[in-house]
Design a protein around this ligand. Structure first.
Ligand SMILES: Nc1ncnc2c1ncn2[C@@H]1O[C@H](COP(=O)(O)OP(=O)(O)OP(=O)(O)O)[C@@H](O)[C@H]1O
Ligand code: SF4
Ligand SMILES: [Mg+2]
Length: 327
């Protein structure tokens, strides 16, 4: 682990036993997050993006089988006690989700959410917590903060609720923020405002970020590096520019070639590519993309190792760096 690595995920695998057999959502992923950087995780629905982050945060329901490690500032999130994890969660690592309503308690005012978050992690009077909470609402762009403090989640618009979630997430000045599609449910204008806000707050605080998204436009705007996931595995990883300028993996190439214009940074949703998505119940150990890959050949029945094309740029494909002009 280099000195500035804040999170090191190694061999993370998550499976869910079910009546249909074991569903293998994440099949051994490893990545490093450096302090202050934003790592994008992209991939189509069901590729294991959310489950991998939920597993690290201890947020999966009982029954999920989690293997591997997730070292955050020297401690393994996957083996530490529930109590230690709860202390870290919300204080050192915070998460924001696609649907803020599901993470806000409908019976609590905005004020109560914020004040309880502060009081759970710091010794602070209610009065001081209320002041800090209101200040935080203002810093996430809520002008009528004192009024919003008294409101319930259902009284707020989707964009406002997401601002409240961001305020809760940033209240204890976390060193790592995991954002799971935080703008997907919002209309394009509000989405744009929330992204600008996150970017500004991140730049001011130097918070490291994992940003899960379906949208390559967001990757281009926000991320330093990108991981492309498919079938619970990492297909390619690269610096933001490399992924757009010289994608190597056939899956990444298929995604990017289906996007009409890369210079439109407003909204570039993940395109659909032909063929059936990978079956998470499959116990096939070959390349998960091979049913849809135009370049598949016999060797692809075995999962390839990741090959480094250059520093910080690797792909898990038998052809990476070798044949068919994939270099
Ligand atoms: N609690 C659960 N129990 C059983 N299977 C689950 C559970 N949560 C997720 N899965 C399955 O795990 C796989 C990965 O799901 P995950 O939510 O990580 O996908 P994702 O990449 O985040 O997709 P999306 O872009 O749609 O959010 C999917 O097949 C999903 O159905
Ligand atoms: S390993 Fe084979 S099937 Fe998988 S992406 Fe590469 S060429 Fe295609
Ligand atoms: Mg998800």
């Amino acid at each position: 682990m280099t000195d500035n690595t804040i999170l090191k995920v190694s061999g993370l695998a998550v499976s869910f036993p079910s009546a249909r057999g074991t569903l293998r959502a994440v099949r051994g992923i490893s990545y490093d997050l450096r302090s202050g950087e934003t790592l994008g995780i992209v991939g189509e629905s069901g590729s294991g993006k959310s489950v991998s982050s939920f597993a690290l945060m201890g947020l999966l329901k009982p029954g999920a089988i989690v293997e591997g490690s997730g070292i955050f500032e020297g401690s393994d999130l996957l083996t530490m006690s529930r109590r230690d994890l709860e202390t870290i969660r919300g204080r050192d690592i915070a998460m924001i989700f696609q649907d803020p309503l599901s993470s806000l308690d409908p019976c609590f005012t905005v004020s109560r959410h914020l004040v309880e978050t502060l009081q759970a992690h710091r010794t602070i009077t209610k009065q001081q917590a209320e002041k800090e909470a209101e200040d935080m609402l203002r810093s996430v762009g809520i002008r009528n903060a004192s009024q919003v403090m008294r409101q319930y989640p259902f009284e707020l618009s989707g964009g406002m609720r997401q601002r409240v979630m961001i305020a809760i997430a940033l209240l204890c000045k976390p060193r790592l923020l995991i954002a799971d599609e935080p703008t997907t449910a919002l209309d394009v204008t509000v989405q744009d405002q929330i992204l600008k806000l996150l970017k500004t707050l991140r730049d001011q605080s130097g918070t490291s970020m994992v940003f899960i998204t379906h949208n390559f436009g967001i990757v281009a705007r926000l991320c330093d590096r990108v991981i492309v996931m498919y079938g619970g595995r990492i297909m390619e990883r690269a610096a933001m520019r490399q992924i757009f300028e010289s994608p190597v993996h056939p899956y990444t190439r298929a995604l990017l070639s289906a996007i009409p214009r890369m210079d439109d940074d407003k909204s570039i949703p993940l395109p659909t590519i032909s063929g059936q998505p990978h079956d998470p119940h499959s116990d096939d150990e070959g390349c998960p993309f091979r049913e849809r890959c135009p370049l598949a050949f016999e060797k692809c029945a075995v999962m390839p190792e990741e090959v480094f094309i250059e520093k910080d740029h690797s792909a898990a494909c038998w052809l990476a760096g070798k044949e068919a002009g994939l270099e």
